[in-house]
Write a protein that binds this ligand. Sequence first.
Ligand code: NDP
Length: 492
Amino acid sequence: MTTYQNFIGGEWIKSCASKSAPNVNPANTDDVIGDIPLATREEARRAVEAAAEAFAKWRSTPAPTRGRIVAQAARLLETNKEELAQTLTREEGKTIAESRGELQRSINVAEFCAGESRRLTGETIPSELPLNFAYTIKQPLGVVACVTPWNFPVAIPVWKIAPALVAGNTVVFKPATLTPGTATRIVELFEEAGIPPGVLNLILGSGSEAGEEIINHPAVKAVSFTGSNGVGIRLYEQASRRGAKVQCEMGGKNPVIVLEDCDIDLAVESTVQGAFGSTGQRCTATSRAVVVNQIADEFVQRIAKRAQSMRIGAGVDPQTEMGPSVDENQFKTVLQYIDVGREDGATMVCGGERVTGDGFDKGYFVRPTLFDHVTPDMRIAREEIFGPVLSVLRVKDFDEAMQVANDSEYGLSSSIFSNDASRIFRFVDDIETGMTHINSPTTGGEAHIPFGGIKGTGIGDREQGSTALDFYTDLKVVYVDYTGRKREGNLY
Ligand code: NDP
């Protein structure tokens, strides 16, 4: 059994923590993978100090040289793809195909960010005065904290760490306590790629102790957080109060609108994929299907048939279509929400219970669950469940569908199934989400395309794509006057 260590100032260091947590396979709780000593506040501080010390040298390392190290990390992720995918499935529970997909996304992101190191450009701006011009340069911020969730424990760290490093920042990485194995391997691969001591540090510890210590440390100039709204808003309040830059990507309650003129086979298959893929534990998972009355009966019946036929099991089995919830807490939360849905009067169409027998009792398996006749005021229509639960909200027409879809505090992703160009483009104009999909699931994204939400989901710059480095850089404006004379015009 592994005992995980922190990585501080270029050294793997055994924690002197008195508290620890087990790393458990959610598909089989007899499989205890390792033990995580929960880093102390003092260890968290040391990691920040190591990052602060390494900053000056890393900042002055040419950006393409920094990018070359990140490119090498991408190559190592590729070489170790299968081993990392197996680790990911074992500690987080997603299917092995989903883990391989996540690894590929991570490789793509690292490659993209490495390329950005040669495009860390500013702009030149003509002046209103003769013999003058201005230009901008992008500069690193200093020590950046990357605080990440368990549901994409490889991709999300990589899409924060890679751009932070390329931009010239040093990093303290605080992953979710539930996924220490993947976090450790990511850092090992960056180390092998040639990251100098102190430039990337790893602290495995609880959010409420080590995490808080990091985000409140005055040397931490920016915090990039992905996770729940409760934690994100609190962290935002704390870090921004002392003037740190903060980026939060948080929860979702993503709607799909299904109109009468759609390809219903496509709508059903895509909604099943969006709702139950990764066990509904994607921030972009489809959790509300807003369906016009005309086709609602057929849609519900076909989704139920497909959900009931899904093969549930340990993600390591290549035949498995849906794995377990990540841990006992998440599992109980999902079952509680199912009770809430029933009590609030929604119609349970299928699922609604844990899977038992045949070894399932040792894992956190819940059947794909479909609720029909959900109304917008019900809790299952409003709150993020983060499990395999889909709510169908029936509406009379497109206008009501838009109103229901937008009736949410969240604004991450959405999609529409229709073949009517006019309504599709009205949907694109008016849907209140940061990302939207036409005739495809609410899930998915690409390394070179910006990612993130609006409303209650997102605070700060978008991650990935052309915007990936925005958060991790400050813009400096330089005025150049080559008249050689005292300024006469433009005295404001
Ligand atoms: P949490 O908010 O519980 O935790 C996220 C991270 O924050 C973990 O590393 C956690 O540590 C840490 N943390 C907890 N408390 C503190 C604190 N007081 N100070 C500093 N750090 C803290 O989220 P989950 O891990 O449960 O992830 C699921 C959530 O993530 C869902 O809401 C999902 O929608 C969201 N998410 C959003 C995405 C997006 O792009 N919008 C993408 C993926 C997920 P520890 O593990 O030790 O508690």
